[in-house]
Design a protein around this ligand. Structure first.
Ligand code: AMP
Length: 277
């Protein structure tokens, strides 16, 4: 496994690869969720490249960029165990030099949910992913369903800018009690960790109500919110039942829908989602 920083070096290594290249962009502090993406990329491609880069551009001014957990040595050990070919660890200086001025702005799908709660977030995500795609030139790139709106944004970028990269979506990996794995779970104290299970409980409730034939999306949102409010450490940012394709809020469950939520547990903001059949 080669670990590479400079962009010129990764370009040279990439050019020597033949066959398909599977790419997994990450911000590091890897867990089983990230590794599911890597495993699938490994199964489906001749070579696998993983990037580790905590992208300042996607954090708001009052968000956790400085506190975001980092452990490169542990990450590299995990990736060695998955038979990764190249790990790309770019520097801030090369990714965002002082003269940097080109941004990728995706409209519409970014207006709601995470886009509304975190202004500028998807501009940072779309820009860094476009840059990484240009540098790595993968055949396929792997993203988690955990960040469902991010997947939609990336698919838009790839289609709109004619990048010709296949986007593969991997199901959310969860802890035994249903909590979606996330690098941010490390912030949770023991009481908070227990409280955090309320996210998956609310999503499961939505799915069950849908299965039981409830068609009124607002009723489902209200029941999810009531359940979350029983948890004193939880504070709702949003609860959504949206069209799976457009993320527009539904009033009637008459098409494929996604239950999405963002909830603060103490100071930690967690997101999760579950498709409703
Ligand atoms: P991050 O390091 O948080 O930027 O995540 C890198 C990639 O891993 C993104 O495509 C995420 O959607 C994906 N990911 C994060 N957590 C999970 C999870 N629990 N299950 C599946 N994929 C995940």
């Amino acid at each position: 496994m080669q670990v590479v920083g400079p962009i010129l070096e990764i370009r040279a290594l990439r050019q020597k690869l033949s066959g398909t290249v599977g790419f997994v962009p990450t911000m590091g502090f890897l867990h089983e969720g990230h590794l599911a993406l890597v495993k699938q990329a490994r199964m489906e491609n001749s070579a696998v490249i993983v990037s580790i880069y905590v992208n300042l551009a996607q954090f708001g001014p009052r968000e956790d960029f400085r506190a975001y957990p980092r452990d490169l040595n542990r990450d590299l050990a995990l990736l060695r165990g998955e038979d990764v070919d190249i790990v790309f660890v770019p520097s801030d200086d090369e990714m965002y030099p002082p003269e940097f001025s080109s941004w990728v702005d995706v409209e519409k799908v970014t207006e709601r949910l995470e886009g509304a709660s975190r202004p500028g977030h998807f501009r940072g995500v779309a820009t860094v992913v476009a840059k990484l795609f240009n540098i790595v030139q993968p055949s396929r790139a792997y993203f988690g369903q955990k960040d469902a709106q991010q997947v939609m944004v990336i698919k838009r970028v790839v289609a709109d800018l004619n990048m010709g990269i296949e986007i593969v979506v991997v199901p959310t990996v969860r802890e035994r009690d249903g909590l979606a794995m996330s690098s941010r779970n490390i912030y949770l104290g023991p009481g908070e960790r227990q409280a955090a299970t309320v996210l998956f409980k609310a999503l499961t409730l939505a799915r069950q109500l849908g299965r039981d034939g409830e068609k009124d999306a607002e009723k489902i949102r209200r029941q999810m919110a009531s359940l979350i409010q029983t948890e004193p450490l939880a504070q709702i940012d949003y609860v959504s039942i949206a069209d799976s394709e457009t993320l527009e809020e539904l009033s009637l469950l008459d098409r494929p829908a996604l239950a999405c939520l963002a909830v603060r547990i103490g100071k930690t903001r967690l997101i999760d989602n579950l498709p409703l059949e």
